[in-house]
Design a protein around this ligand. Structure first.
Ligand SMILES: Cc1ncc(COP(=O)(O)O)c(C=O)c1O
Length: 357
């Protein structure tokens, strides 16, 4: 299984970690993978100790943002080893983002191999508790040292890992979401469907304002006339209306094609809950909140898992959902998804890649 060049470190980072208070993205595991693209091809890459990485001030990405990333997790399998969840989906999405940002593809089977080997070498860093996991952050950026707006000639892919707990302080408790009425994250024809730094940079001011006002996240509307629903900061959004799940379509090209979103839609169909992907206006959402046909809403993302919405705030009014309690469908999705990821229930879909050790 192991065929990537590996350099062992002399000391471990293990003892620097506060396992009772992992939070999200604060601690980093012992090993990372690094590969370089030069003269039109990727080198083999290698797994080396995690640590500082030297760059020059002229490195293009710092200036022009030609960078993409991914996020996926290894879960402790309760009967031994670890589980990866649909890593090929992240490999494919990395390459779709690459196309948008004029970045060369990285071979998809190699991407999955890298994640598997890193899972093995960092196995001591996979938290044991349900709800916690080892988060992988692949980042691929233009690394030529030259000024002037143009695609880079050289690229670097780094994959490093962080033991994490839940993304939101609320965990599985419902979050308060502000519908964003002033700022826009992306527009039709823009970068919205790519996992690239610019989209997150565009979200920071709105997120800061929302936090100051007591909200966990913002719900983005389309950047053209702020009338249709896009997604939440770090997750896709799904609504339960009249017992069916509806979620914004990917066709606008303004939202991320979430692996969790896709999985939830497939699990729902399997459970006999009907689903629909369509353009959803904020007016339709407000109407269904007012007339009570919307019974639940939840966010779906790798970092956030399933995050129930307790209330939406729009045009100076708060709309509380399901008495601020987690709803039946959200709970079922959480149980099914996490059950599969931690190896507690059978994976009916062939999504789990098991790593034995
Ligand atoms: C903007 C955005 N939307 C949606 C998602 C959810 O995608 P996934 O389920 O693949 O993690 C994420 C998280 O990665 C995100 O950053």
């Amino acid at each position: 299984m192991l065929n990537i060049k590996f350099t062992e470190r002399s000391t471990t980072r293990f003892s620097s970690i506060n396992w009772d208070k992992l939070g999200f993205g604060k601690y980093f595991a012992d090993y990372m993978f690094v590969a370089k693209y030069n003269n039109g091809e990727w080198n083999e890459g290698e797994i080396i100790p995690y640590g500082p990485y030297e760059i020059e001030p002229s490195m293009m990405t710092l200036h022009y943002g030609q960078t993409i990333f991914e996020g996926l997790k290894a879960y402790n399998n309760f009967s031994g080893g670890a589980n990866l969840f649909r890593p090929i989906m992240n490999a494919r999405r990395l390459n779709r983002s690459a196309k948008t940002l004029v970045i060369p593809d990285f071979p998809e089977d190699k991407f999955v191999q890298v994640v598997k080997e890193l899972t093995y070498y960092n196995r001591e860093f996979i938290p044991k508790k349900k709800g916690e996991s080892l988060y992988f952050r692949p980042v691929l950026y233009g690394s030529s040292n030259i000024l002037g707006v143009q695609p880079s000639d050289e690229y670097t892919l780094i994959v490093f890992c962080s033991p994490v707990a839940s993304y939101y302080e609320e965990g599985l408790n419902p979050v308060k979401i502000k519908v964003e009425e002033n700022h826009a994250r992306t527009v039709r024809g823009g970068l919205g469907s790519a996992k690239t730094a610019a989209n997150y940079a565009a979200s920071l001011l709105a997120a800061k304002e929302a936090k100051q006002q007591g909200f966990a996240q913002v719900l983005w509307l389309d950047g053209v006339d702020l009338s249709n629903i896009d997604e939440v900061g770090a997750m896709n959004i799904l609504f339960v209306i009249d017992g069916n799940i509806i979620t914004p379509t990917l066709e606008s090209g303004t939202i991320l094609n979430g692996v969790t979103r896709d999985s939830v839609l497939k699990i729902a169909e399997w459970l006999g809950i009907s689903t629909k992907e369509k353009t959803i206006s904020i007016n339709e959402i407000i109407e269904s909140l007012e007339n009570g046909t919307m019974t639940e809403a939840f966010g779906a993302g790798t970092a956030a898992t399933i995050s129930p919405v307790g209330s939406f705030y729009y045009k100076n009014k708060e709309f509380v959902l399901n008495n601020n309690q987690i709803g039946e469908v959200s709970q079922k999705m959480y149980d099914t998804l996490l059950g599969m990821q931690y190896g507690e229930i059978k994976d009916e879909f062939g999504w789990i890649e098991h790593i034995s050790f």
